[in-house]
Design a protein around this ligand. Structure first.
Ligand SMILES: [Fe+2]
Ligand SMILES: [Fe+2]
Length: 196
């Protein structure tokens, strides 16, 4: 498990730090994936595909920042971590692989056999359950250990500059998807389950 033994519990993270910026992003990712799953549940397959593409775009921004900045700087830091950096890297690759798999399964759903379609949607949800599970565990590792330790180790000016740059990239990515999410919300809120 650990590359090194933790020496102390991580301190409270600063409001302008990486922890605060990335945890907001994790919440946004969860909401974006939930929108995709709602569309899938309600049989809105084209919309589910659009929302999955949007979620993948957000994950690219998120993982790109973490690979290019957080893991790179943590490697330079050489401080003790509860989980080794190679695990974070491996989980990023696993998330990308699962997203590829989910995207391919969604695109390959049968068009003219409703019974087969229902079975394939259930199988797709099973793969998505694995993806959500990997993301939840991975994000918990970042939030409990990597991010608070990076916030503590980085010089305050660099820490706030990194966090602000990421927050700006994240806000831009979200803004680019606002119209899609508004359209999706309007469409999904107009659908009803049949209760009788
Ligand atoms: Fe990550
Ligand atoms: Fe993350």
């Amino acid at each position: 498990m650990a590359a090194g033994t933790p020496t102390a519990a991580p301190p409270s993270p600063p409001d302008d730090g990486l922890y605060a910026a990335v945890i907001r992003c994790h919440g946004g990712l969860e909401a974006a994936f939930a929108a995709h799953q709602e569309a899938l549940l309600l049989g809105e397959l084209a919309l589910a595909g659009e929302l999955l593409d949007a979620y993948r775009a957000l994950q690219r921004v998120h993982i790109g920042f973490e690979d290019g900045q957080l893991l790179r700087r943590a490697r330079q830091g050489g401080f003790d971590l509860r989980w080794p950096l190679r695990l974070y890297d491996a989980e990023h690759r696993k998330i990308e692989d699962l997203l590829d798999k989910v995207t391919k399964r969604l695109a390959a759903l049968p068009a003219d056999d409703e019974a087969a379609l229902r079975r394939e949607v259930l199988a797709l949800l099973e793969v998505e359950r694995v993806l959500k599970h990997v993301c939840e565990h991975h994000e918990a590792r970042e939030e409990q250990d990597l991010l608070p330790r990076l916030d503590r180790w980085l010089p305050p000016a660099e820490r706030s500059a990194l966090a602000a740059a990421f927050a700006a990239d994240w806000a831009r990515a979200l803004a680019g998807q606002a119209a899609l999410h508004e359209r999706a919300r309007h469409r999904l809120d107009g659908l009803r389950f049949r209760r009788g």
